[in-house]
Design a protein around this ligand. Sequence first.
Ligand SMILES: C[S@@+](CC[C@H](N)C(=O)[O-])C[C@H]1O[C@@H](n2cnc3c(N)ncnc32)[C@H](O)[C@@H]1O
Length: 270
Amino acid sequence: MTSAPPQTGPRAADAGHGAANRQSQIDLHRDLAPRYAYRYGFEFSRLFQEDWHGEMISHVPKGARLLLDIGCGTGFFLAELAEHHPGAVGLDISHDMLKVSDQYVPNARLVTGDAERLPFVDGGFDVVFCKGSLHHTRDHVAFLAECGRMLGPTGVLIMSEPCNDNPLIRLARKILYKKSKHFDEGDEGFTRRGIVSLTERAGFEVTLVKKYGVFAYVFAGFPDHLGILRFVPGNAWITRFLIGFDRVLCAIPGLSILGFHIVVVGRPRA
Ligand SMILES: C[S@@+](CC[C@H](N)C(=O)[O-])C[C@H]1O[C@@H](n2cnc3c(N)ncnc32)[C@H](O)[C@@H]1O
């Protein structure tokens, strides 16, 4: 595991807001690291997460070799990437999360660093992933522009972020992020239009947008928050059914507003 060298220059004098947020993300995720191991510790929750990962991995272009997972956390997704693409790199601002990654993916390259100032050379990767980390930052365009800097002209950005198109989901998230000590009040989900606009402003052409996760997301995704399925016999079978049902819902234009996450794929604009 390596740490990014200290930054110098004008960006090092970054305004207090971003710096304060980075510190609160580090503090927040120090406490969350053990919860993630628990979250992925059930057959049904792993089934859901693996399907979600499969959705993201399905957008990797043939022949891609060098993969970077930004905000890799405890490395559950990175482990799957590393299985098919040895040498996949995981970066996270939380050293405590990466210490758990070290157990899941002992052979991956793990880097402690900030997504808004990535410590890698330009064009070093074929694919950059971001699963649930963009919304933890405050300068989304800077984050996405850094993703673009990592990619060569044929590179691909694949991300999945919380979606707030549904006003009820937006309200529920707002309350949860405010009331629960497991979230940061300043974090926020995106609307479809909002995340597409941010991605384009950062220099990408958006090639795919789709919603992901409704009932399986709620009931199987996060047993550390909602653990009801733990007590239900046949929970793996139920999860498989819900995953399939969610896919149908997310594919129907009027009903896709029910989706809790949004998957966005982009390519650097020529
Ligand atoms: C919701 S977790 C997702 C973890 C992982 N991708 C997963 O799906 O299990 C968000 C992760 O983003 C990381 N993070 C937050 N702000 C970051 C930043 N500025 N740079 C890099 N990582 C950051 C957190 O430490 C945390 O591990």
